[in-house]
Every structure is written in structure tokens, then in C-alpha cells.
Design a protein around this ligand. Structure first.
Ligand code: 13P
Ligand code: SF4
Length: 303
């Protein structure tokens, strides 16, 4: 029996579902029950009724959100050490420091934060809905963290004053993309459409024909008539893009754009986590209760 067969068998026996982020290894995406971006995965986790176990193949903050939104389920991470470094960049103390200076200003946190930080915000957002979330608030100035590039993107799109907290939070993987690489690729593929994740620098965003979350990129690639795409986000997305659009061509804007944290998850680790029901993720209820409010407020927005 292959490892894939063993996982499928175990999944049935234990009544488990596998949710995987768009950056997961191809073989994990291929056995997952659902593959998506952070909002899609959170929604799936929140709405999951049947399964008793959710294997969340991604990084810490995403599994934490699933545990917060569906506290009755057992949420397992294939690798305990799969942590998003950006999420570690904003501490509760830092939020409190900013709130002293801006006591009446709402705090909006990207889901790429730890549950303890989410407990101190008014509402969460993802890269798919950050503009909509900020526009939904009756405030001209907001504190926004931890991604500085997403903050700048939201500022440009909303015209509001976005104060980034911390001042320069970033994703080390998206920092690797440089506009010069896009220029070179554009010489080779002049009719290619450029898709950029808002975690990339403003200079990279300026090269884009389309800016959006990972699943928004997938939707855009399916709908548009373009046949070639230069893609500026983590390389795992290329597998899904090619699978969904076999006749289209996808070129990664920087070949080594790999999130080492996302790639810590392997089929072997996923199998062991499910078999032994290890690496359970849970959030203490006093923190979960506050963080849940911020996440649910986001889901209450129409789209
Ligand atoms: P998405 O919500 O666009 O999938 O982004 C999550 C993430 O971690 C990007 O680096
Ligand atoms: Fe975090 Fe960046 Fe990896 Fe996304 S790609 S999980 S933001 S380190």
C-alpha cells in the first residue's frame, strides 16, 4: 500500500478532512479535500460539520484560526514547527504600545498573526478582503499590521491613513521578488499577464496587471483569456495554476520563491500526525473568544 493509500484509508477510519494551503507541496495538494487561500481555508474549517479531525496542512496561524472558529474539532498540523515568521513580528505588547498613542483608532490585523494578537484587534482581514474590511469601517485612520506592503496597498486603494504596526513587518518569501526580474521576463514573454501578491513590495505591485490573494490569482487565471502569466507569489501556487489551466503557461517571477515554513509539511509528516493524532493546535478559550469575534466580524462582510 502506498503512503497516499494509507493516508486515504486513515482519513476514512478517523473521519478526518485535509485542508491544504495553495503553497503546499503538489502531492499534499493532490490528496487534500480542499485547497485554498487563507480566507477560503478558514471558511471551510468554520463550516466543517461532519469530520471529527481537521488536518490543516499549512502554517501555525492558519491552523490556530481553524481551532478558534471550530473549537469542537481536533485540529492537527503535520509539522509543529511550521510557523509563519511574519505572524511572529507583531506582539501583544507592540499593539498595546500603538494603542496608547492612538486610543480611538481601530486595529485591523491580517490573519497572518498569532491568536494572542488577534485578541487585541477590532477586525481581521486577509489579502483577499483587506480593502473591503478597511472600507467597511467608519474611520479615516486605522492601525494595520503586521504586513507593511499590504498596508501600503490598502492605503492606495482606500485613500485612508493606514498606520503600519510594526513599522516594517514583512514576508521574507515575498521580499525575494524584484521588479527587474519581471522586466527581464517581460522581454521574453511580452504578452504575459503579471499577477502579484500584495505581500510583495510596492515596486513589485507597480509591475502588476492583477494584484490579489492566492485563490484570487487562480480565479483570475481561469477567467481571463490570457495564455501566459508571470506569477509573483510562493512557488506552490504554480502546481494548482497548471492543474486548473493545462493549456496556459505560468512562469514564476523568481525561481527560488519558496516559503520554507510551508514546505516543512510532507506526506510522511501528515500521515504520522494523523496516525498518532499529534501536533494538535488549540487556543485557550479567553484568547479564542476575543480572536473569534475579530474573525467572525470579517466573515460578516458580504463577500
Ligand atoms: P493567501 O491568503 O493569499 O493565500 O496568503 C497567505 C499567505 O501566507 C501569503 O503569504
Ligand atoms: Fe508567512 Fe510569507 Fe510563508 Fe505566507 S509565504 S506563510 S506570509 S512566511
Amino acid at each position: 500500500m502506498t503512503l497516499i493509500d494509507k493516508i486515504i484509508k486513515l482519513k476514512k477510519e478517523k473521519n478526518a478532512v485535509i485542508l491544504a494551503h495553495n503553497y503546499q507541496r503538489p502531492e499534499i495538494q493532490d490528496i487534500a479535500d480542499y485547497v485554498g487561500d487563507s480566507i477560503g481555508l478558514s471558511r471551510k474549517a468554520m463550516e466543517e460539520k461532519e469530520a471529527e479531525i481537521i488536518v490543516f496542512s499549512a502554517v501555525d496561524f492558519m491552523a490556530e484560526s481553524a481551532a478558534i472558529l471550530n473549537p469542537d474539532k481536533k485540529v492537527l498540523l503535520p509539522t509543529l514547527g511550521a510557523r509563519c515568521p511574519m505572524a511572529q513580528m507583531l506582539t501583544v505588547d507592540e499593539i498595546k504600545r500603538w494603542k496608547v498613542h492612538y486610543p480611538l483608532v481601530p486595529v485591523i490585523l491580517y490573519v497572518n498573526t498569532l491568536a494572542s494578537a488577534k485578541a487585541y484587534c477590532d477586525i481581521c482581514c486577509t489579502s483577499a478582503n483587506a480593502v473591503e474590511v478597511v472600507n467597511s469601517l467608519d474611520a479615516e485612520t486605522v492601525l494595520f499590521g503586521p504586513d507593511h506592503n499590504l498596508a501600503e496597498y490598502v492605503q492606495r486603494k482606500t485613500g485612508k491613513t493606514i498606520i503600519p504596526i510594526p513599522e516594517r513587518g514583512f514576508c521574507p518569501t515575498h521580499l525575494l521578488f524584484q521588479p527587474e526580474d519581471v522586466q527581464v521576463l517581460k522581454m521574453k514573454y511580452p504578452d504575459a499577464v503579471v499577477m502579484v501578491h500584495p505581500e510583495c513590495s510596492v515596486e513589485m505591485q507597480n509591475t502588476a496587471d492583477f494584484i490579489g490573494s492566492t485563490s484570487q490569482m487562480c480565479r483570475y487565471a481561469r477567467k481571463t483569456n490570457a495564455e501566459k502569466f508571470i506569477v509573483a507569489t510562493e512557488e506552490g501556487i504554480i502546481h494548482r495554476l497548471r492543474k486548473e489551466n493545462p493549456r496556459k503557461q505560468f512562469i514564476l517571477a523568481y525561481e527560488d520563491a519558496i516559503c520554507p515554513n510551508m514546505k516543512l509539511n510532507t506526506l510522511e509528516r501528515l500521515y504520522m500526525a494523523l496516525k498518532k493524532e499529534k501536533h494538535g493546535v488549540s487556543v485557550p478559550e479567553p484568547i479564542a473568544k476575543k480572536a473569534r469575534k475579530a474573525l467572525e466580524r470579517m466573515f460578516e462582510l458580504k463577500s
